[in-house]
Write a protein that binds this ligand. Sequence first.
Ligand SMILES: [Zn+2]
Length: 277
Amino acid sequence: MSGVRRVVPLTFGWEHLGKSVSVYGADPSIRMREPVPGVLCEVDGGWLLLDTGFNPAFVRDVPFRRRFNDSLGDYEAELPDPVRDPLVAAFDLVGLDPSIVTAVGVSHFHLDHSGGLRWFAGEVPVFAQRAELEYVLDSPHPEPERNAMFRVDVDDPNIDWHVADGDVEIAPGVTAVLTAGHSPGHQSFVIDLDESVGGGGYVFAFDAADLQENLDDELPVGHAIGMPPEQTVEAIRRLKSIAAARGYRLLPGHDPDVWPAFTRELGYPTWDERMGF
Ligand SMILES: [Zn+2]
């Protein structure tokens, strides 16, 4: 059995939003600046990218921004670089180039996770859950758009979809686990590190748990599709039990302290360091 050789945390930008988006019932007047994560995994035969960040057109093009991002209400996307695409900039920060990517896994199709898929259409296989793809492509317009899923990020006919109905190994040492709730086909990822790099592993919750407190206190996430938000705690418990059974570290998707600390811990620079903060 061979596992993942290297894990590289990426940050595609940030989002400014009310805490109640991340924690069900939290005070919406508490504002958060949450990092937008991606994870690169060096696997047998190449590099798997988990999540792709924002589509910058919906931030920089004023009429598009009005239609897509501003219509979401009290939400603002922040890109790391005024000119470059956030995906290119995030790779560059860690000294890598997006051309190394040989496969992509997408946790779900919210704007901050699927906005970079267009880079990979016709290039590499893309792994997602069938329920997620069906929701964004088959729900009556504009329901997905109102739920922050932008069809144009997903419906490229050149994308080489590999869809699953539940848990599936998508690369040697990388297993997608269905954690529906935040969205109909949300998936989290379990990473088994190769023995050659010491073994062990990680569980990346992505939006099944935005913040460390979602995990620690088993607090449901603030936004769910297809079930009441309270029930999203089931996915959190499932991830905690997977992580506990294997002795793996479980990481939340958007925690403003945990993500940069984890990035530094693995030896990679953060945007704050780059910008001199
Ligand atoms: Zn989301």
